[in-house]
Write a protein that binds this ligand. Structure first.
Ligand code: PRP
Length: 209
């Protein structure tokens, strides 16, 4: 008997794009795009059960096996280093993790650099690699406010179009790493539902641009 695949999708624009790809590959689930407050959607005929989760939580659901597979930004994988298999680069949701600061910023290396970010580990690793002493100010959103209010010297954050920086008189200082969406799997699911997950992986691979 075919086993159901449990799929964690990141809530938001990327998740909807991913769902449309999955639907076109035969993994549709009609009621998922209906505007309601449901969190779990199942389509027995297509063998799928979807969950909408916070983008930064996808890897947790997959690592713990609550979801067999999921789609998550590489930024989250780099930040949390979850124990999962990274199966495919979907080549969508492309952006960069960057250091940014107020226009005209110059680093004074005699002082500890104050870095506001939600990516503490990525930031620490980067500054460690260049031997720069920093203090992390951990935030959960609207990171761009920190240098504007002089709470931090720089930020380490996602830049996609660059509009947020531009509209706030900030600019990129350094690009740390390129990011895109990844198709990931729970390790034991990959063994026990190998037929189903491999088929899904191959179907997705065939439409990656
Ligand atoms: C992300 C990121 C930037 C913005 C970059 O924020 O933190 O603020 O997108 O996009 P842009 O370069 O196209 O302007 P998100 O929307 O995830 O919200 P957040 O403030 O909660 O991080």
């Amino acid at each position: 008997m075919r086993k159901m695949i449990n799929i964690a999708l990141p809530k938001g624009r990327l998740g909807e794009k991913v769902y449309n790809i999955f639907e076109s590959l035969g993994y549709g689930c009609k009621e998922i795009l209906e505007n309601n407050r449901k969190l779990i959607f199942e389509d027995e005929k297509n063998g799928v059960r979807y969950f909408w989760v916070k983008p930064s939580d996808v890897a947790i659901y997959v690592e713990r096996g609550a979801a067999d597979v999921g789609v998550v930004g590489k930024d989250i994988l780099l930040e949390y280093n979850p124990d999962i298999y990274e199966l495919l680069d979907l080549n969508i949701g492309k952006c960069r993790v960057c250091v940014a600061a107020k226009n005209g910023f110059r680093d004074n290396r005699e002082k500890t650099l104050k870095v506001a970010t939600k990516f503490s580990n990525i930031a620490k690793k980067y500054y460690n690699s260049i031997g720069r002493e920093i203090e992390i100010i951990k935030l959960n959103g609207s990171i761009e406010l920190a240098p504007i209010l002089n709470m931090s010297d720089v930020i380490v954050d996602i830049v996609e179009t660059g509009t947020t920086l531009k509209e706030n008189d900030l600019s990129v200082v350094t690009e740390i790493v390129d990011i895109s969406a990844r198709f990931i799997s729970n390790k034991s699911s990959y063994k026990f539902k190998n037929e189903e997950i491999s088929l899904m992986q191959e179907k997705i691979r065939s439409v990656i641009k």
